[in-house]
Ligand binder design. Structure first.
Ligand SMILES: [Zn+2]
Length: 239
């Protein structure tokens, strides 16, 4: 796992040690979630009184926390793949097992977004939608830092020729690799490429935590483990 902390925000990239079976928490209340291993330590350390997690559907819609009552949202009751908030001490969470957890932080304006982006969501523009919502609440693109978490990377993520055809964009050699006659996809680099197209500087796109979930066994991986794969959590909060 990895913890990134500073005066403005805190990020937790979880792994197998604090992972849960898909759908196993769907009836939990916020209070019940906030005492589970992983969530508990984060919420205590960052004095979070609420946690927001959506019913993830690999789409490109999200949930914006605008007013006090929004923070009371029951876990998993709204469908969506990103959350945007400018309120401090609210934990935002996503669960993944190969899909990319992507944290976006406006380090000047104090706005945070957390996205769940598999290839489907990424292709549908889930992270660019999250950026769009941050801009709507006043963030400037040059102030947004991006932290990519553990996800399937091109060292392992083999895809079919049909899959390649879905990506008609102009720079496939940035996020596809060809090795021994097989094609490999890097969803993280695909999203990073999308963000650069939006005008983000490469220096603000941080890949240090984007470890491949397929070949690093400390992470949950649907590709490696199949249906038994748990879901590792990513949590972020403004202070
Ligand atoms: Zn790998």
């Amino acid at each position: 796992m990895a913890r990134i902390k500073n005066a403005l925000f805190s990020i937790y990239f979880g792994d197998q040690s604090t992972a849960y079976l898909k759908n196993s928490l769907h009836n939990y209340t916020q209070q019940e979630m906030m005492v589970l291993p992983g969530y508990k330590e984060f919420c205590l350390q960052n004095r979070c009184e609420n946690i927001i997690i959506l019913d993830q559907v690999h789409g490109n819609n999200g949930f914006c926390v605008r007013e006090k009552k929004d923070v009371l949202l029951k876990p998993y009751t709204v469908r969506g793949d990103y959350i945007v908030s400018a309120l401090p001490k609210i934990a935002l969470a996503v669960e993944t097992a190969d899909c990319a957890p992507v944290v976006l932080i406006d380090v000047i304006g104090g706005v945070v977004s957390l996205a769940h982006a598999g290839w489907r969501g990424a292709l549908a523009g889930v992270v660019t939608h999250a950026v769009g919502d941050m801009l709507k609440v006043g963030s400037l693109i040059e102030n947004i830092q991006i932290y990519f978490g553990p996800a399937a990377r091109s060292c392992c993520y083999q895809v079919s020729r049909d899959f390649l055809d879905l990506f008609e964009q102009s720079d496939p050699n940035i996020y596809f690799q060809e090795r021994n006659g097989a094609a490999y996809f890097d969803n993280t680099l695909f999203i990073a490429w999308q963000l650069e197209k939006l005008g983000m500087a490469r220096k603000n796109i941080l890949l240090d935590y984007a470890i491949c979930t397929i070949c690093s066994e400390k992470y949950c991986s649907f590709r490696r483990q199949g249906q038994i794969a748990l879901r590792q959590m990513t949590i972020v909060a403004l202070k």
